[in-house]
Structures are given as structure tokens and as C-alpha cells.
Design a binder for this molecule. Structure first.
Ligand code: A2R
Length: 315
């Protein structure tokens, strides 16, 4: 039977489907990795991982016979896909099945920041309401929303913005042939909108795409929402911009060194923080798990994966 290395946890449903098809080894963080990899690495032909752990360098180096990597999640910036493609290794991820969930998480953060939902809950719960009304907040109707990365998830975000009678603007490296307003630079996009939402992939090409200049362009009434990767936003610049009132508020599902969140962000009332739960519902995680396993089973059957990452499409 093919030997598979699992990095991170999987659900019982995933484990049950893999049972009898692969010999599954689990590499937990506390394992003596070097010793384990030296002993077993050469026999590993498949890796099952997720967007957080990816495939660490020591695992890639110790698995010369690796043929397939199936990752649970759409973002694969923790996997060196070009290097795997060069080795002829097929890498798959789980696009599309989480589009709606992540777009809904954007709406939740947008509403929470604009309408002060978390502070309002505190106001009601603490009894402060007995001493005075909660201040007025800002509507999410008829806003100009800038989507940084109009891909699969970005399109769903645009659909939701339209439901709130909003005006959609976007920036990506190439215009998409859609009716929304294109801006060829992130700063120009930020200057044109009330709300800026990041939904590009992570990795070197998008690192700090949202920097001090972009935040300045967004302006003192502007709101930043990040549902992509922490690396896309210069977190230090964001903290400064929030402190100085350069922008009005932020809704963040992802962070540069998650699960660690800067204390300064935790102390701010105009910020809503989530623990990277963009796709984290029972339904969507099940769909992602099913697709992760399907990629492995398809590979067993005919050597192909169902949803390869773009770098591996031609393998
Ligand atoms: O740049 P383009 O034309 O390839 O458009 C893609 C855009 N994008 C960028 N935009 C500006 N600067 C960049 N350096 C850059 N790199 C990529 O991001 C495209 O419009 C969008 C990504 O769309 P998809 O590949 O369809 O990704 P999906 O499924 O929407 O997921 C986006 C990310 C994941 O990678 C996770 O990190 C997160 O959402 O959950």
C-alpha cells in the first residue's frame, strides 16, 4: 500500500475514507521529526497537509519519492509549488468549495466594524444601555467597495456588495473583463473606495500589498477587511494607521504571525478580530475535506488530481 504522510489533523470522515487505501503516518508537531523522517521519508509517496502547515522544507528534502501533495485549503503559500512542479510532484488544493463561506465572513466583518456589532453587544450585555444609548454607527448600504484580488472568492464578495446596493471596484494584476471598475494599482483602488477588502493569495508577490501608502489613500473614513492572508497587510503600518486615525477601522480574520495577534490590535475598539475562521463551518470544512481526499483517491486511480494548483496543471 502507498505510504502517506499526514501533517496536521484531519476529520474522522477523511480518515475513514482513506482507510485501506493508504498506509497513513501522522506527523504531529511534537514528533522527533528528524529521526522519523530519516527512517521513513524515502517510503513516503503522498502527503496530506493544509494551508497552515504546507510542506515544510525538512519534509520536502526527506521525501525523494514523493509524487503527490493534497492540501486542505485554497491558499497554498506554505507549499513551494514551483519546486514541487519541477520535481514532477502533483500538488492539489481545494478551490471553489469555500467561496461562499469566505465571502460571508467578509460580510460579517464588514457589518461588525461598520455597525459596531461587537461593541454594541458589550453595551447591551454590560448594562451600559441603562445609562445611555449606543452611539450611531455607519451603514453598509450604497458603499464603494474595493476588492483586492477579484478571483473566485472576490467574485462572490462582489455579488454580496451588489446586494447591499454597493459599487464594486477592484485591483488585480490583470483586468478581468467584468463590469466593475478596474484600478491598475492598489493605492488607486484604496483612494476610490470606502471599504477595501483583501482576497488575493498570500506569498511573496502579495507581501505587504496593503502598506502605509495604501492605508493613507483609504483615508480617515475608510475600513480595511482582510480575509486572505496576514502577509498581504503590513501589520505594523496598519496598527499605526488605526492609532493615528489614518483609517476608521479594520476587520481581520488573518494575521502575520497567527495565532499570535499584536496586543495593540486587541486593545482597539474600532477593530474586529477573528481567529482565521473564514471557511470554518461544518458544511464547508466537510466539502473541503471531501475534495482533499478525492484528490488523493483520483491520483491512486489514474495518477491525476482533480484540482491541481496552477503551477502543476500541466503535469
Ligand atoms: O493578479 P491576477 O490578475 O492574477 O488576479 C488574481 C489576484 N492576484 C493579485 N492581485 C494583485 N497583485 C498580486 N500580486 C496578485 N496575485 C494574485 O488575486 C486573482 O484575481 C486573485 C486570486 O483569485 P483566485 O486565484 O481565484 O483565488 P481564490 O480562490 O479567490 O482565493 C484567494 C485567497 C486564497 O489564496 C487564500 O489565501 C484566501 O483567499 O483564502
Amino acid at each position: 500500500m502507498i505510504e502517506l504522510l499526514q501533517i496536521g489533523n484531519i476529520t474522522d470522515r477523511m480518515a475513514d475514507t482513506l482507510e485501506g487505501r493508504f498506509t497513513r503516518h501522522v506527523l504531529f508537531e511534537q514528533t522527533d521529526r528528524a529521526a522519523w523522517l530519516a527512517e521513513h521519508g524515502a517510503r513516503i509517496e503522498a502527503v496530506l497537509t493544509n494551508g497552515h502547515y504546507g510542506v515544510p522544507e525538512d519534509v520536502a528534502d526527506a521525501t525523494p519519492n514523493l509524487k503527490v501533495v493534497s492540501s486542505y485549503g485554497v491558499g497554498y503559500d506554505a507549499i513551494d509549488a514551483p519546486a514541487f512542479a519541477a520535481r514532477g510532484i502533483k500538488v492539489s488544493h481545494t478551490p471553489d468549495v469555500l467561496n461562499d463561506e469566505v465571502a460571508d465572513t467578509f460580510v460579517a466583518l464588514w457589518l461588525a466594524v461598520s455597525r459596531g456589532i461587537v461593541s454594541a453587544d458589550r453595551h447591551a450585555r454590560s448594562g451600559d444601555w441603562e445609562n445611555g444609548e449606543f452611539p450611531l454607527t455607519r451603514s453598509i448600504q450604497k458603499r464603494r467597495v474595493g476588492i483586492l484580488g477579484l478571483g473566485r472568492i472576490g467574485e462572490e464578495i462582489a455579488n454580496r456588495v451588489t446586494c447591499f446596493r454597493g459599487d464594486v471596484h477592484y485591483h488585480s494584476r490583470n483586468p478581468k473583463g467584468v463590469a466593475y471598475t478596474y484600478h491598475d494599482r492598489a493605492e488607486k483602488l484604496a483612494a476610490a473606495v470606502d471599504v477595501l477588502v483583501c482576497i488575493t493569495p498570500g506569498g511573496p508577490s502579495t507581501r505587504h500589498l496593503v502598506n502605509a501608502e495604501v492605508l493613507r489613500a483609504l483615508g480617515p473614513e475608510g475600513i480595511l477587511i482582510n480575509v486572505s492572508r496576514g502577509s498581504v497587510v503590513d501589520e505594523a503600518a496598519l496598527v499605526e494607521a488605526l492609532k493615528a486615525g489614518t483609517i476608521a477601522g479594520a476587520g481581520l480574520d488573518v494575521f502575520q504571525a497567527e495565532p499570535k495577534i499584536p496586543a495593540a490590535l486587541k486593545a482597539m475598539d474600532n477593530v474586529v478580530l477573528l481567529p482565521h475562521v473564514g471557511s470554518a463551518t461544518v458544511e464547508t470544512r466537510q466539502a473541503m475535506g471531501d475534495l482533499t481526499v478525492r484528490n488523493l483517491l483520483q491520483w491512486l486511480e489514474d495518477g491525476r488530481v482533480v484540482t491541481p494548483v496552477p503551477e502543476c496543471r500541466d503535469l
